[in-house]
Design a protein around this ligand. Structure first.
Ligand SMILES: Cc1cc2nc3c(=O)[nH]c(=O)nc-3n(C[C@H](O)[C@H](O)[C@H](O)COP(=O)(O)OP(=O)(O)OC[C@H]3O[C@@H](n4cnc5c(N)ncnc54)[C@H](O)[C@@H]3O)c2cc1C
Length: 398
């Protein structure tokens, strides 16, 4: 492990970033990202993926597994993820497990999600390299209930019961997380269902985070006004003496958000441009580092400037690289140049490792494919890095 002052970190070091990949694995990843770089291919892939997810075909699962699945997912079950957890730790990167279900409908589904998440917490507790699990609350409650609460509508008696059951499920998750000392990261979802999620997490965080950060909420910084929301959370944490668990992301649903706002004629909740999002993101990183005695930050990004910013702020304040409240995270299969360079220099960094049946993780895989598509015709960020490493190893001509 190399000590660094934040100035000497080199995220363009692809040798370190891809040292866990054999030449064969590197080539396979390179060709996958080349494929995803083409918008037409991704569009076709998404249509086929959605079709096959709805009308199960025998060939579908093996095909997805052979191509995109293992690039971005740990496996179909917890057990299958173990070797990914171990492999990441050979490079000192930790794992946050993410059972990939989203937007479920029935009580049976909600209970199954809960059971799986409780199992994941147990798995994490028995595994020193898994400090936490993440979860989407739409896996535990009908989305329509969240939508109505967000809009300030009155719930029917039936919906009220669904909400109460949801709250019970959430509390049992938090109780288990606290009992086992494992962190629980609540993902942020679409803005039109987010208020009740925020209220629920805000309600319980003071109780569970007295001694250490157990419950984390996610702040989507492409949304207007989220720096203020973070600051309010901090003030509450100060007043009530708990640790604010803050996972920062830019946000994954921009196009959907803009389209819905346009269709329904309300103000676009997303900041007007990328620069404004970057500014708000970096302001939040600054705020969290400045208040790291009271805020536990997980800087969850593939953006090297926002990552570097945190390392520089830490160095300027003489904070140790392994400060337990100053964490980083990337998604499995993305930005290995950040993860493994940070880990090499002793920072607390984890990969988000989604897992679950292939069909359940299709929406997640679709988002990853879309994110890696080039609209301008240039190479995507990931593809550029892979290309550099392929050339460095002599597997490709410059
Ligand atoms: C560990 C981890 C956990 C995550 N968890 C969640 C989660 O719970 N919820 C969630 O929504 N997302 C989550 N994401 C995804 C995240 O929100 C981003 O979609 C993704 O990481 C890309 O953003 P970036 O910061 O890595 O990099 P960048 O490439 O620098 O930023 C791309 C992002 O900038 C924003 N953006 C781009 N263009 C514009 C524009 N014109 N105007 C305004 N904003 C713009 C968008 O948010 C876009 O996704 C997670 C990501 C990671 C790494």
């Amino acid at each position: 492990m190399e000590e660094t002052d934040g100035q000497t970190l080199d995220f363009s070091n692809t040798e370190l970033a891809f040292s866990h990949k054999s030449d064969r694995e590197l080539k396979k990843t390179y060709w996958l990202f080349r494929f995803m770089n083409q918008p037409a291919m991704v569009r076709i892939g998404n249509v086929l993926g959605n079709f096959a997810a709805r009308f199960p075909l025998r060939l579908f699962d093996p095909l997805i597994k052979e191509t995109i699945f293992y690039q971005f997912c740990g496996g179909t079950s917890l057990l299958e993820c173990q070797h990914v957890v171990d492999r990441l730790y050979t490079k000192r990167a930790l794992t946050i497990l993410d059972f990939g279900v989203e937007a479920k409908d029935t009580e049976d589904d909600f209970n199954r999600t809960l059971e799986e998440s409780l199992r994941a917490l147990e798995f994490a507790a028995s595994n020193p390299n898994v400090p936490g699990i993440s979860t989407k609350l739409t896996g535990y409650v009908p989305t329509v209930v969240l939508e109505k609460l967000h809009a300030g509508e009155v719930l029917s008696a039936h919906e009220q019961i669904a909400w109460e059951r949801f709250e019970e499920r959430f509390v049992s998750l938090c109780n288990k997380a606290q009992e086992l000392g494992v962190s629980l990261f609540v993902d942020a979802e679409e803005s039109w269902i987010q208020d009740p999620i925020d209220r629920l997490v805000d309600k319980y965080m003071p109780f569970y985070n007295k001694e250490k950060p157990i419950v984390y909420n996610t702040y989507q910084l492409y949304r207007k006004g989220r720096l203020e929301y973070l600051k309010n959370g901090y003030e509450k944490a100060e007043a009530e003496q708990f640790i604010l668990g803050a996972k920062l992301v830019r946000g994954a649903y921009m196009e959907k958000e803009r389209q819905r706002a346009k269709e329904k004629g309300y103000e676009d909740p997303i900041l007007p441009n990328k620069e404004a999002t970057d500014r708000q993101y970096d302001d939040c990183v600054r705020f969290c580092v400045e208040h790291c005695d009271r805020v536990s930050l997980v800087n969850s990004t593939h953006n090297s400037a926002s990552t570097k910013l945190q390392t520089e702020l830490m160095a300027a304040r003489n904070l140790p690289n392994d400060h337990p409240h100053l964490n980083f995270s990337q998604l499995l299969g993305m930005s290995d140049n950040l993860t493994f360079n940070l880990a090499h220099h002793g920072y607390c960094v984890a990969k988000y490792v989604p897992y679950g049946p292939v069909r359940e993780v299709m929406p997640y895989l679709t988002r990853r494919a879309t994110e890696n598509t080039s609209i301008t015709g240039d190479m995507s960020r990931e593809l550029k890095l892979l290309h550099t490493e392929m050339v460095r190893r002599g597997l490709l001509k410059a």
